[in-house]
Design a binder for this molecule. Structure first.
Ligand SMILES: Cc1cc2nc3c(=O)[nH]c(=O)nc-3n(C[C@H](O)[C@H](O)[C@H](O)COP(=O)(O)OP(=O)(O)OC[C@H]3O[C@@H](n4cnc5c(N)ncnc54)[C@H](O)[C@@H]3O)c2cc1C
Length: 283
């Protein structure tokens, strides 16, 4: 699990990599296509399990069109959905994920069983004010891919994944736990035709990630933080992927949590409310 420093603040820029810099470099364990609700939750879980995880996202999560998010656990009076996206991204960053702001335009298998993704500069500055940070035609490789790219399946054309077309929508088939029919390729969120609510997408992202972790060689099962002695005082080993922390460390983490949440909730979110693209006057 990645440790975070007490001095880290939410103002710190996300660890964003230039995809062109990864060409010929080490392969990631996990590429998550789409940093919306499902993708960021999946990436948080795979990164916390110790898998090198990169998220490629073009900034267009549909949840940003929501006017006030009121059914996500943990926000008793609701939360601005653009703020929610930023908080989720910060959680993924603290868990150790890297980010590429761009669009996956193609995916293909490579000889040893992993995948190579083509990345274009598909970020939409008008949606969230993020600048693109990748050159078109750059590529990166990963052993596993999680497709969480509601509503784009075009980059999957070359890998033979099962798709279901329903009117204007195309869904990726999965086995109920996030595995597709293509070995090493997983899918999460609305892209898999799960119900269209944020918490369902997040939960499915987590489920898909845990499936992937179990399929990999990582000895990881739970991702639980328990108080000191919870397992060991009963003569048990701390299970793989679990952690026992003492009271000093618990208090340190609680302080960091309070500071972090305060920094997110100081002012109303500055981004404008987006609506359906068909209602936007481009003139
Ligand atoms: C107006 C509106 C209001 C809503 N209100 C609520 C609500 O109140 N409560 C609730 O629970 N749910 C609400 N929802 C639904 C909720 O937003 C979705 O169910 C949820 O966002 C689905 O999560 P997801 O991760 O599957 O997709 P998304 O959150 O849309 O994430 C997909 C991500 O993939 C990226 N992407 C797509 N293709 C590519 C590619 N090729 N390369 C890189 N990145 C790519 C997109 O830019 C996006 O960031 C609302 C939706 C709308 C439209």
């Amino acid at each position: 699990m990645t440790e975070t420093s007490e001095t880290e603040t939410t103002a710190e820029a996300s660890r964003t990599v230039d995809a062109s810099a990864t060409n010929g470099g080490d392969r990631y364990d996990v590429l998550v296509v789409g940093g919306g609700v499902a993708g960021l939750c999946a990436a948080t879980f795979t990164a916390r399990a110790g898998l090198d995880t990169v998220v490629v996202d073009d900034g267009g999560s549909i949840v940003k069109r929501n006017a006030h998010l009121e059914n996500v656990p943990g926000f008793p009076a609701g939360v601005n959905s653009r703020l929610f996206c930023e908080m989720q991204r910060e959680q993924a960053r603290r868990s150790g994920c890297e980010f590429v702001d761009g669009r996956v335009t193609g995916l293909r298998r490579v000889d040893d069983g992993g995948f190579r993704a083509e990345i274009g500069s598909g970020g939409d500055d008008s949606k969230d004010g993020k600048a693109d940070s990748v050159d078109a035609d750059s590529e990166l490789e990963a052993t596993y891919v999680v497709a969480a790219s509601w509503s784009d399946t075009s980059y999957l054309d070359g890998v033979g994944v099962d798709l279901r077309v329903a009117g204007s929508k195309t869904y990726v088939g999965d086995d109920g736990l996030g595995r597709t029919n293509v070995d090493g390729l997983y899918a999460a969120g609305r892209l898999t035709e799960r119900y269209h609510q944020a918490v369902v997408a997040a939960g499915h992202g987590a489920q898909t990630a845990i499936t992937l972790v179990h399929d990999s060689e990582t000895p990881f099962y739970n991702d639980w933080i328990a108080p000191e002695g919870y397992f060991t005082d009963r003569g048990r080993e701390v299970p793989p992927g679990c952690e026992e922390i003492d009271e000093t460390e618990r208090k340190r983490r609680e302080r960091e949590s309070l500071e972090t949440m305060r920094s997110f909730f100081t002012e109303p979110h500055p981004d404008p409310q987006p609506t359906h693209p068909s209602l936007v006057d481009d003139e």
